[in-house]
Ligand binder design. Structure first.
Ligand code: ADP
Ligand code: ZN
Ligand code: ZN
Length: 741
């Protein structure tokens, strides 16, 4: 009998496991599966995860020995490892890369699983006497007052005292405060659970369905913004999970995870809520993950990658705003968190709730086919009224910074009534193009443009800077036209900066705030910005950053301008995205007692998308759109995979994709005739942006009415693609179920 060896998944772009002898000359045992181990790899050391044990593939004595175990017991085992293996097969990606995506960075690097004791802060005896001596209103003083009576957990301090950590360290250094460990997780939340609202009839029906669900049960919870979906999540978590000591995992979109939302969960559930998102430090993320792994974290709320949180005592998974684009990872392992959530819920045997006001067409299609239960919340909860939507035809009307006089009057009226106004424009910067009025030259990004496909640089900083939104390159606006030396360089078109400039000039009596990705990149950035608006009248200008997130009870008017570009996009998903965006932005209006209004300014009032959406709502749109997708053979009626390639040198991406296409066609021809006929290999063609950041880019699309044929072809070709000589000259990737074509 040969000695069993470790089959290790390593974070390398190679679709295979690697054999090693177990450390210290001990034979591998099945119980090693799921343990992290450090191994030599060429001159380097890597951290891998044992995926299997068994006889070595080659000559055992020649194998290298693993250096050291990192975990005394398996870290990834049972369901989580099985789901990662499923995902690796589905995405045709190396298991090692999937696992390293699933682990928080600190664990990926090989650090030990952190201590998850709940830490809290309390004043020392010296501190008790010194509080009144601290500067009034300063952070140390506010912190000291919060922790004067009893120890307060760090979670809770995040909500109570903004930026408390440096203050805590300074109090600690002076011997005034100390960090202590709370005994049981139950103590850590501090606040008792607040009472929820008595559910209305539709909420009650949804809760009943979730209460009685047994095993895997996917549920689409469709309800407009403000219809009380979050309330359903909260009560389902309280009833189904907390009452029975089970865990709940709640996924939210990247910009949906506001401090407000976390505070609502903490206040209402009365247990610690563990956050998992990119705004946390590596250490904080590893701690939340470890708390989930130990079963201590009862409620985990996080963005995309939180879908990999371990759930040893699973009770419920929620995917809020399931249609949101941020659930799809766009580089590396290109998973879709909603789909992974479904796979995990099935493996764990728990219900999974997909919530949205604007469900993705994939999800609606599954609900219609009876694969998901479909629950609806048709009205707004409490006494909130739905907003009134008005399509505002601006053809032939004079515009200032892209805004019509009627729109500006409506803004004035809303402000005079004490309300707040949101102006939504899906382009950041001052103007999308800088044009020479004398010769027609326009500023194009040198790193992203080709002769046939120039990519304009956006004018920023009130007209002083040019910036490329695709590669980030920046330069000053030239003094004169580089082609004809004319001084007649003019910003063309309108971005949010220009709208802000006009509104600030016209409505000088109220705050005008522009929100973009730069102002909200910092943790709590959006909340901090919005706080500047206060309770009084004011105007927010922004891009889709403002489509959701923070509650704005004073918002009475939403102006949507410049959506016309989106009406005529070539991407077959553009209509869906635009419809979702319009409904989501509109949903921001009138969340409190007063009804809101939405003004949709357009040059194409008769466009079918707007007609259907305004006349019949999202469902009417979705019905029409699904019909068109079916007729055209697009997802969800077909399944796609996309191979992308890029290289410094033009032609090389195409050469690689040509070879890939030939391999796919050959594999297709080996399929049973019926499957083979329906599978299409299209391309290679230039990418929608044929060049970006200096790289030439091309793509190849595979499409098939059924998944089995598609996956059979991918499975047959993928290892060979890694070995193609052309592959060495490009960067390539496979995207299964691509979202952006
Ligand atoms: P959604 O998640 O669908 O946007 P929320 O759950 O946030 O909706 O609810 C919107 C508002 O209505 C919140 O302020 C919430 O407290 C309130 N609400 C929810 N359910 C009820 C109810 N049954 N009765 C009264 N108010 C409710
Ligand atoms: Zn010129
Ligand atoms: Zn560029």
């Amino acid at each position: 009998m040969p000695v069993p060896v470790l089959k290790i998944a390593l974070p390398l772009p190679l679709p295979r496991l690697f054999d090693y002898r177990a450390p210290a000359g001990v034979g591998a045992v099945p119980g090693d599966v799921g343990r992290r181990v450090r191994v030599p790899f060429g001159p380097r050391e890597l951290v891998g995860v044992v995926a299997a044990t068994g006889p070595a593939d080659g000559e055992a004595p020649a194998l290298r020995e693993a250096l050291a175990w990192l975990d005394p017991e398996p870290l990834l085992h049972g369901e989580l490892l099985a789901s990662a293996q499923w995902l690796a097969r589905y995405l045709h990606a190396p298991l090692g890369e999937v696992l390293s995506t699933a682990l928080p960075a600190a664990l990926r690097r090989g650090e030990p699983v952190p201590d998850t004791a709940v830490h809290a802060w309390v004043l020392t005896a010296a501190g008790q006497g010194a509080v009144d001596g601290l500067r009034q209103g300063g952070r140390p003083r506010r912190l000291a007052e919060s922790i004067r009576g009893a120890a307060v957990s760090e979670d809770l301090l995040d909500d109570l005292v903004e930026g408390w950590r440096p203050a805590a360290r300074s109090l600690e250094a002076r011997g005034l405060a100390q960090r202590v460990v709370l005994d049981g997780p139950a103590q850590a939340g501090g606040a008792p659970a607040l009472m929820g609202h008595a559910p209305n009839a539709e909420q009650a029906a949804a809760l009943e369905a979730l209460r009685t669900a047994e095993g895997f049960a996917p549920v689409l919870l469709e309800g407009v913004t403000g219809s009380g979906k979050t309330e359903v999540y909260l009560q389902a978590i309280a009833g189904r999970c907390l009452a029975q000591g089970l865990q709940a995992l709640v996924l939210v979109p990247e910009i949906g995870l506001t401090p407000q939302m976390l505070a609502r969960f903490r206040a209402r559930l009365g247990v610690p809520v563990h956050a998992l998102h990119s705004g946390l430090s590596d250490g904080e993320r590893a701690r939340s993950w470890a708390a989930a792994w130990r079963g201590e974290a009862q409620v985990i709320v996080g963005t995309r990658s939180a879908v990999f949180a371990p759930l040893p005592r699973p009770g419920l998974i929620v995917v809020d705003e399931e249609h949101d684009g941020s659930y799809k990872q766009q580089d590396g392992i290109r998973y879709h968190a909603r789909d992974v959530a479904l796979v995990r819920a099935r493996a764990l045997g728990v219900p999974v709730v997909l919530g949205s006001a604007t469900p993705s067409l994939e999800t609606l299609h599954n609900a219609r086919a009876g694969r998901y239960a479909h629950l609806q919340l048709r009205s707004r909860a409490g006494d909130a009224k739905p907003p009134r939507v008005r399509v505002h035809d601006v053809r032939k009307r004079p515009l200032q910074a892209g805004l019509s006089e009627e729109l500006l009057v409506a803004v004035r009226t809303a402000l005079d009534g004490g309300g707040q106004v949101l102006v939504f424009k899906n382009r950041r910067g001052y103007a999308p193009v800088l044009l020479c009025h004398d010769c027609g030259w326009s500023a194009a990004c040198p790193r992203c443009s080709t002769a046939e496909h120039p990519v304009p640089m956006t004018v920023h900083a009130g007209g002083r800077r040019l910036q490329c939104h695709h590669c980030g390159s920046r330069r000053p606006v030239p003094m004169a036209c580089p082609d004809c030396a004319s001084l007649a360089l003019q910003p063309q078109g309108v971005g949010t900066e220009r709208i802000e400039e006009l509104l600030a000039a016209r409505f000088g009596d109220v705050p005008v705030l522009r929100i973009d990705s730069a102002s909200t990149r910092r943790r709590d950035g959006l909340a901090r910005e919005l706080a500047k608006l206060g309770d009084g009248p004011g105007i927010l200008v922004g891009t889709q950053m403002l489509a959701k997130g923070h509650d704005l009870p004073k918002l009475v008017l939403v102006c949507v301008v410049g959506i016309d570009e989106g009406l005529f996009s070539a991407d077959f998903r553009a209509s869906e995205k635009l419809a979702q965006l319009l409904i989501q932005v509109s949903g921001r209006a009138g969340r409190a007692a007063r009804p809101g209004e939405v003004l949709l300014q357009t040059h194409h009032p008769e466009h079918p998308l707007l007609q259907v959406l305004v006349g019949g709502g999202y469902r009417a749109f979705a019905d029409a759109e699904l019909g068109q997708r079916e007729a055209a053979g697009f997802p969800p009626f077909a399944h796609m995979a996309m191979l992308r390639a890029e290289a410094q040198q033009a032609g090389q991406p195409e050469a690689f994709l040509q070879a890939a296409a030939a391999a796919c066609v050959a594999a297709r021809d080996r399929l049973p005739a019926a499957q083979a006929r329906a599978l299409m290999v299209s391309g290679p063609v230039p990418a929608p942006m044929p060049r970006r950041a200096g790289m030439h880019r091309a793509q190849l699309v595979l499409s098939s009415p059924g998944r089995p044929g598609l996956h059979a072809v991918l499975g047959a070709v993928i290892a060979g693609l890694h070995a193609l000589p052309e592959a060495r000259r490009v960067r390539w990737s496979l995207d299964v179920d691509p979202v952006d074509l």
